[in-house]
Ligand binder design. Structure first.
Ligand SMILES: Cc1cc2nc3c(=O)[nH]c(=O)nc-3n(C[C@H](O)[C@H](O)[C@H](O)COP(=O)(O)OP(=O)(O)OC[C@H]3O[C@@H](n4cnc5c(N)ncnc54)[C@H](O)[C@@H]3O)c2cc1C
Length: 351
């Protein structure tokens, strides 16, 4: 197809993946976002959820609450992410070494219920594989508390900060025009209205609305609060994401380079972006410590709160109209499903 002029509202995971892919295909791409720049410290009060995410790529574990569509998109994205990362000029920590489900003996009932659900919903090659304690110690010697463990071999993780920055840098090299400090106030077919006081009209052959929670009120999207903790834990090795199956709260730990372990995440029906609560601190960090006792001396170096963009049915939505595509509702699995959704959208548009 001849080169198209493309406008994108929103530079989160979706906006950056779209810009990277479309510019690589030779299209002229412009992206508008209220953030002050492409890096993690740029802020606008609407900080992309993608910065805060743990970056787990968990098609199977997400089946506890998601359905077949998210599972299929997730499996496809696990194939696409390595190809995307290979096309970037900056390094991105992407690990596809599986993930672990863990449970304490006293929580065996709740854990078996979840594992049974995943076994019923996932096709045979992707189902949780029970691990003996010896096998667990071999994979992750730091895990000492839980007595039950399962390996999810097809899962992995990506480093969101590295990926978001690398996608922006690569897009710029491919000719993407990034317009920072620019809020899109209205999206119409082939048109973006930018700015509130003296709005500018920008016209394109096609526009994408990927503003996440910022798409309100055009979409019935809501923010679901999530809190995460970054621990600095030198000498505590962790090689893959782990989830602790617990009857009351769901807790995960995700290793990052430089001895950092991200512990997350609360899921609260609130659009409150204020700092982490005492209750989440106690619950998440106690659970993390119960799985890896050596974390006792870890330092809490960073905490973060953000909003996951969710639609009323908690499912992702991809809708086309002439000159306009809307993608939203990636909820708790944006990193997991964004590459496959972008691939699907561009295929449907023949772009
Ligand atoms: C605590 C937490 C943990 C998570 N963990 C994971 C995980 O482990 N794995 C996983 O797959 N997913 C995870 N997620 C979910 C994932 O981060 C989101 O699903 C994903 O970021 C959604 O991508 P998006 O591009 O739709 O929205 P966002 O990443 O929120 O980006 C939206 C962009 O639109 C911009 N914008 C807003 N308003 C406007 C406007 N008016 N004009 C122009 N631009 C605008 C914003 O500035 C932002 O840059 C987590 C989320 C949270 C909060």
């Amino acid at each position: 197809m001849a080169a198209q002029r493309i406008g994108i509202a929103g530079a989160g995971v979706l906006g950056r993946l779209l810009a990277f892919t479309l510019s690589r295909a030779g299209h002229a791409v412009q992206v508008f976002d209220p953030a002050s720049g492409p890096g993690p410290r740029a802020d606008s009060g609407l900080r992309a959820a993608g910065w805060t995410a743990a970056g787990m790529l968990s098609p199977v574990a997400e089946l506890e609450r998601a359905g077949a569509e998210v599972f299929a998109l997730g499996l496809r994205s696990c194939v696409l992410w390595p190809q995307i990362v290979q096309g970037l000029n900056q390094p991105v920590d992407l690990r596809m070494q599986g993930s672990l489900l863990l449970a304490h003996r006293g929580d065996a009932g709740a854990a078996q219920r979840v594992v049974g659900l995943l076994q019923a919903k996932a096709d045979a090659p992707y189902q949780p594989q029970p691990l003996s304690l010896d096998a667990l110690r071999e994979l992750e010697p730091a895990i000492q508390g839980p007595a039950l463990a399962w390996l999810l071999p097809c899962e992995g993780q990506i480093h969101p900060w590295q990926a978001l920055q690398a996608l922006a840098a690569q897009g710029a090299e491919q000719g993407v025009q990034w317009h920072w400090n620019r809020s899109v106030t209205r999206v119409d077919a082939g048109e973006l209205l930018v700015g509130a006081i003296h709005p500018e009209r920008h016209t394109f052959d096609h526009v994408f609305d990927v503003r996440g929670v910022g798409a309100k009120p055009a979409l019935p999207v809501r923010g679901v609060r999530g809190e995460v903790f970054w621990l600095h834990a030198p000498g505590v090795p962790l090689h893959r994401p782990v989830r602790l199956l617990h009857p009351r709260h769901s807790v995960y730990l995700v290793p990052r380079p430089d001895d950092v372990i991200v512990v997350g995440a609360s899921e609260i029906e609130s659009e409150d972006r204020s700092p982490v609560s005492l209750r989440s601190t106690l619950e998440l960090l106690s659970a993390a410590h119960s799985a890896i006792p050596a974390l006792a001396e870890a330092r809490v170096v960073h905490t973060e709160t953000n909003l996951r963009p969710a639609l009323p049915d908690n499912l992702p939505a991809l809708r086309h109209a002439p000159g306009l595509t809307v993608i939203n509702g990636l909820f708790r699995h944006g990193w997991l499903i964004a590459p496959a959704l972008v691939e699907q959208a561009l295929h449907e548009l023949s772009l």
